[in-house]
Design a protein around this ligand. Sequence first.
Ligand code: SAM
Length: 350
Amino acid sequence: MECSRQHIPHSIISLLNGFKASKTLFTASKLKVFDVLNSSNSLTLEEVAGQINASVLGTERLLEAAVSLGLLEWVKQQNTSVYRNTEQASRFLVSDSPESLNGYILHCNDMVWPLFSHLENAVREGTSQHERAFGKKNEEVFQDAFYSKDEVKIRFMDAMHSIARVTGKDVATAFELSPYKTACDIGGCTGAMAYEFTKAHPGLSVIVFDLPQVIEMRRHFQPKETDDRVSFVAGDFFKDDLPKADLYILARILHDWSDEKLHVLLSKLSKMCTPGCGLLVSEIFLDEERKRPSRALLQALSMTEGKQRSPTEYSDVLEKHGFTPKHIKHTDNLLDAMLFVKEDPNDKRT
Ligand code: SAM
């Protein structure tokens, strides 16, 4: 008797296998499969195994799985078969390509994967699993978890850098910003987003404000053509004075923090802003029913104290500090954007 195919729960089966697919991508990236194929264009199985310093049997399994996921091609060439990067792999997976996601993939492998392996505990306890995953207490997520060692810090910065390079242009061009002359990118990390803003807006200068540990490492990530309209200031946005600007950029900052911490940061920003100042928030915005996109809700599972929010939730928090939402842009890239403007407190509507 033929089993009715329509009863196979395809979506559940693919979720069930999803972690194997992710780990295949992570492992191929970590072992530099895409890099070695990029330098030689195409290689036999034995050549790949030799170059990544791995067993032929294990490499064959990895490459075949990567072909099945559309990451590699396996083609006959003369009397032999060779592996090649797909067009997408050349563009997004080779570590030195301009749009490479490699930094973020390695962060997912080394940082997020261990946290997810303790998800049951995270759910039971409602706490971050850093101590279980990395054997270290995590009082303050950036200082204790991401920036405790140079090697981990560079990897985290590289992850932020790769996403900012892929999304930065869409965020920077989301709104008409010609009224603004000076911007401050709060938690601007390597400056990748700031350079996209100066490229898109010739009249704008951007100060990147981030923790001293990050600012001291910025030279590892500077673009070839430097831009003297981008400058860097070190400080803690909860404790120190913020640079004066007429536009503040908060890209992937607010989701990391509780409502209480947001109030600390936003009240400082509100004091810095005169009426008309802009505040540009770039995040993954949840829909108003908090159901999608699922990548935002999945990301929240390993977050320490933050939360994902909808545009209305962001507006509610910001309006308490005198910022009115003016425009929203769903970019169809990894991050969306909202532009808020500081209102004149004397200009109260009745
Ligand atoms: N805005 C960047 C982007 O979109 O690529 C980076 C986002 S990353 C999730 C958060 C950034 O905030 C990191 O660069 C981190 O160093 C910075 N940060 C965290 N806590 C901070 C603090 N107290 N003061 C200044 N910067 C901080």
